[in-house]
Write a protein that binds this ligand. Structure first.
Ligand SMILES: [Mn+2]
Length: 182
């Protein structure tokens, strides 16, 4: 179950996503995809720092997801070629984040002129990579069907790097299973 939840506090909006196994334990297939998305999330968060540009976290997430999908044979080819051809978009069709502020998809440019905007301390955004495999997807073994994973956190750009504002919420698969086990 994927829950993408929004809330508003003192006029500021946010949204976060966690993906739970309904019976309390991720299946092997769910867990494999989960750990790829988690690795993509970690790689993206590392790229959130002043001087990097808006698309750096997305590029990092795309690299990890493409490599992961290749390893589990959902994509075939080489990482550079699959990225160039955007083959990952069959399973990861949205971008890695959006501005947060007074609105949950806040106003603000992602590009200035033709250039991706540089990140600056004080900016707040989401990091939310995912992998989604609809039932019946051609060329995909049915063990992967109907799995959708997204992990979304809210991130503040600081002078050193970034702070995950929603870090108190369990994110790793083991942590979520432990939480569900009570
Ligand atoms: Mn979001």
């Amino acid at each position: 179950m994927l829950i993408d939840a929004g809330c508003e506090v003192e006029g500021y909006a946010s949204d976060i996503t966690r993906t739970f196994p309904i019976n309390g334990t991720y299946s092997n297939a769910q867990r494999e995809l989960y750990d790829i998305v988690l690795a993509a999330h970690q790689a993206a968060v590392k790229k959130v720092k002043p001087g990097n540009h808006w698309n750096d976290p997305h590029n990092a997430a795309v690299r990890v997801i493409t490599r992961g999908l290749l390893e589990i044979k959902l994509l075939k080819g080489t990482v550079p070629k699959l990225i160039k051809e955007q083959a990952y978009r069959k399973f990861y069709m949205h971008r890695t984040g959006h501005w947060l502020g007074l609105d949950v998809h806040d106003v603000g440019d992602y590009k200035v002129g033709d250039q991706w905007r540089l990140l600056e301390p004080g900016m707040v955004m989401t990091i939310e990579p995912g992998i989604y495999i609809p039932a019946g997807t051609r060329g995909v073994h049915r063990k992967w069907w109907d799995i959708g994973i997204r992990i979304e956190d809210d991130v503040l750009v600081t002078r050193q790097g970034c702070e995950i504002l929603t870090d108190a919420l369990p994110r790793k698969a083991d942590e979520i299973e432990a939480l569900m086990a009570g």
